[in-house]
Write a protein that binds this ligand. Structure first.
Ligand code: HXC
Length: 514
C-alpha cells in the first residue's frame, strides 16, 4: 500500500507543478500568480476539492503527443467562500498558455453543470491564449459548449469571470455573457483581434493594454465591472461581491445586520443638495449616508459615471442601488448609462435583490451624437428592465425628475412599489427654461421686454411644477419625506415589501430592445 501512496504523492507533485518550474517563473515574472495560488486566495483555506485532476488532452498533431500534462490547462473543482459553496475553474497559463483544448472545455463544462445542478455560483479565473491552435475545430467546439451553458444558466446561478491574463478572440464571449467581469490592471486583457491582426487589416497601431486592458474596458467599452491593481486584490474583491449575492435564483441574498455609520443621518444630509438648481453635487454622499456601514460595492464605477450602480445593505437587507450622479453630466441618461442601468436592474431582478432608486435626472441626453448612437433603443432598455422587474422597487426623488427620465427611474407607472420625494423634488415634463421657451414662444416674441417676461414665466412654471406636491396630489408620489427620514422610510418600505408577489403575462421570453 505504501508504495501506491508514494506513487500517488509523486503524481500529485507533478500535477501541482503545472507547466513546470520555468513556466511558473515566467508567470511570476509577469506579475501574475499561478492558477493554484489564485485558487488558494479565492477560496476559504483548505476548502478546495479538485475534480478532473488527471484528465489529459488527446491531441497527437504538431508534436503534442510528446507534451502531456495531467489536468491539462485548467484546474477545476469546488470550494467555499465565507462558508458558502462555489464552483471554480482556473486556467493555467503555464500549460500551453492556458489554451483551451477539447478536454479543458469538457472540464469547464462539468463544473458549470455541477454548479447549475447544485444551485451554486461559478467563478472562472481566465488566463489563456484562446483556442488550442493544434486541436483546430475540437477546441472551437469546446467554446461553443461553454457559451451554451453560460446562456442557459444565466439568471439561474451567478456567473463571474475574472480576467487575470489574456482572453483573446471568440473566447471573450464567455465572460461577456456572464454577470460580472473583473480585470487585473496591466495583466488582464480582452480583445477580439490582437494588435498584429489589427495592424494588418486596418493599418491601425495600438498596444495590447490600450486595446483591451482593464482601463479600456472599465472606462470606454463598459465590458468590465470591477478593476483591481493585482491578483490578490482582485480575488478579495470577488469574495466581497459574493457576500451580496444569493447562491441561485430561488434564494434570497445573504442579509445580515451591520453597524450603521451615522455619517449623514443627522442634519448633514440637508446640506448635500445645493440651493442652486443647476449645481452638481456628489450623490455618493447621500448613498453612503443612508446605507448600513457605508458598505457600498459600486459596479462599473468608471463607465457612464452619470449613473451610479452598486450593492449595499439597508437594515441588513441586500439592495441594488441605482442613482443619478449630478456631479457628472448633471446625471443625464445617455446610451451608456441606459445600458449600464438596464443590465444592473435585470441582474438584481433575476436574483431577488430589491431595487432602491435615488433620482436626480434632468432628462435623456439630447443631441445628434446620442440620437445616432441609438438613444431610443438604448434608453428603451432601461424602461424595459424597470417595467419588467418584479422585485421590490423603492424610489426617492431627490431633486429633478423630468420627462421620460422621471418615468423610467422606477416610477409607479413602471410598477414601482413605493415612490417618495424630498421637498426639493421637481417633477415635470421638462425644466422650467425649456418649457417656457416652447409654450410661450409667441408671447416672448411679442413681448417688449422678453428677458423680464421670461423670468416671470419661468418663476410661474417653477411654482406650479417644480415641486413634488402636484405629483403627490395625483397619487404618483406616495409621500413627501424629510431627507433625514430617508433611511428609515426605505427600510420600512423594504420590510413591507418582503413578501411581494406579482404576476406578469406568461410568455417564452420578452424581446428587450438590444
Ligand atoms: C496553443 C498556445 C496558444 C494557443 C499560446 N500558446 N497561445 N498554444 N494554442 N492558442 C502557447 C505558446 O506557444 C507558448 O508555448 C505558451 O503558450 C506561452 O505563450 P507565449 O506566446 O510565450 O506567451 P506571451 O508572450 O505571454 O503571449 C501570450 C499571448 C500569445 C498574447 C496570448 O501567446 C498569443 O498571441 N497567443 C495566441 C492568441 C490567439 O490569437 N489565440 C487564438 C484566438 S481565437 P511554449 O511552448 O513556447 O511555452 C480563439 C477562437 C475562439 O481563441 C473561438 C470561440 C468561438
Amino acid at each position: 500500500m505504501q508504495k501506491k501512496i508514494d506513487e500517488l504523492i509523486k503524481q500529485r507533485e507533478s500535477i501541482t507543478a503545472g507547466g513546470g518550474e520555468a513556466q511558473i517563473k515566467k508567470q511570476h515574472d509577469k506579475g501574475k500568480l499561478t492558477a493554484r495560488e489564485r485558487l488558494e486566495l479565492l477560496l476559504d483555506a483548505g476548502s478546495f476539492n479538485e475534480i478532473g485532476t488527471y484528465r489529459q488532452h488527446g491531441c497527437h498533431d504538431f508534436g503534442l503527443h510528446e507534451k502531456t500534462y495531467p489536468g491539462d490547462s485548467v484546474i477545476t473543482g469546488y470550494g467555499q467562500i465565507d462558508g458558502r459553496r462555489v464552483f471554480v475553474f482556473a486556467q493555467d497559463f503555464t500549460v500551453l498558455g492556458g489554451s483551451l483544448s477539447h478536454v479543458a472545455g469538457e472540464k469547464i463544462c462539468r463544473v458549470m453543470d455541477l454548479a447549475y445542478e447544485n444551485g451554486t455560483p461559478v467563478i472562472g479565473l481566465l488566463d489563456s491564449g484562446g483556442a488550442r491552435i493544434q486541436e483546430g475545430v475540437d477546441s472551437l467546439v469546446g467554446y461553443g459548449e461553454i457559451f451554451t451553458r453560460n446562456t442557459l444558466y444565466s439568471g439561474v446561478i451567478p456567473q463571474i469571470s475574472v480576467v487575470m491574463g489574456p482572453c483573446a478572440g471568440g473566447a471573450v464571449y464567455s465572460p461577456a455573457i456572464t454577470d460580472f467581469i473583473f480585470m487585473v490592471e496591466n495583466t488582464g486583457q480582452m480583445f477580439i483581434t490582437g494588435p498584429q491582426v489589427i495592424k494588418a487589416v486596418t493599418g491601425e497601431e495600438v498596444s495590447l493594454e490600450e486595446l483591451g486592458g482593464a482601463s479600456t474596458h472599465s472606462k470606454k467599452s463598459g465590458n468590465c465591472h470591477f478593476v483591481a491593481t493585482g491578483d490578490k486584490e482582485c480575488l478579495e474583491m470577488v469574495r466581497r461581491l459574493l457576500s451580496f449575492l444569493p447562491s441561485n435564483n430561488t434564494e434570497s441574498p445573504p442579509d445580515f445586520m451591520t453597524e450603521k455609520g451615522e455619517a449623514l443621518l443627522d442634519d448633514e444630509i440637508l446640506s448635500v443638495v445645493p440651493e442652486e438648481p443647476n449645481r452638481g453635487y456628489d450623490m455618493r454622499k447621500i448613498i453612503t449616508g443612508v446605507i448600513d456601514s457605508d458598505d457600498f460595492l459600486e459596479s462599473q464605477q468608471q463607465f457612464a459615471p452619470n449613473l451610479i450602480t452598486g450593492f449595499a445593505r439597508l437594515g441588513g437587507r441586500v439592495v441594488g442601488i441605482l442613482a443619478q450622479q449630478p456631479a457628472y453630466l448633471a446625471g443625464v441618461i445617455d446610451c451608456d448609462a441606459s445600458d449600464k442601468g438596464a443590465r444592473f436592474v435585470r441582474f438584481c431582478d433575476a436574483f431577488n435583490i430589491p431595487l432602491v432608486t435615488l433620482v436626480d435626472v434632468p432628462g435623456y441626453m439630447p443631441g445628434k451624437d446620442e440620437e445616432y448612437k441609438g438613444i431610443i433603443r438604448h434608453g428603451a432598455k432601461l424602461l424595459y428592465a424597470y417595467a419588467e422587474a418584479t422585485v421590490p422597487k423603492v424610489s426617492v426623488i431627490i431633486r429633478k425628475a423630468y420627462g421620460g427620465a422621471y418615468i423610467v427611474m422606477s416610477s409607479n407607472s413602471l410598477r414601482g412599489d413605493i415612490n417618495y420625494a424630498w421637498p426639493t423634488a421637481e417633477i415635470a415634463v421638462m425644466g422650467p427654461d425649456g418649457a417656457v421657451n416652447i409654450i410661450y414662444r409667441k408671447e416672448l416674441e411679442a413681448s417688449s421686454n422678453p428677458a423680464l417676461e421670461k423670468n416671470r414665466l419661468v418663476e410661474e412654471y417653477r411654482n406650479k411644477f417644480a415641486n413634488p406636491y402636484v405629483a403627490a396630489s395625483k397619487g404618483y408620489i406616495d409621500d413627501v419625506i424629510d431627507p433625514r427620514e430617508t433611511r428609515s422610510k426605505i427600510i420600512s418600505a423594504l420590510e413591507m415589501l418582503e413578501g411581494k408577489t406579482v404576476d406578469s403575462p406568461a410568455k417564452k421570453h420578452g424581446n428587450i430592445p438590444l
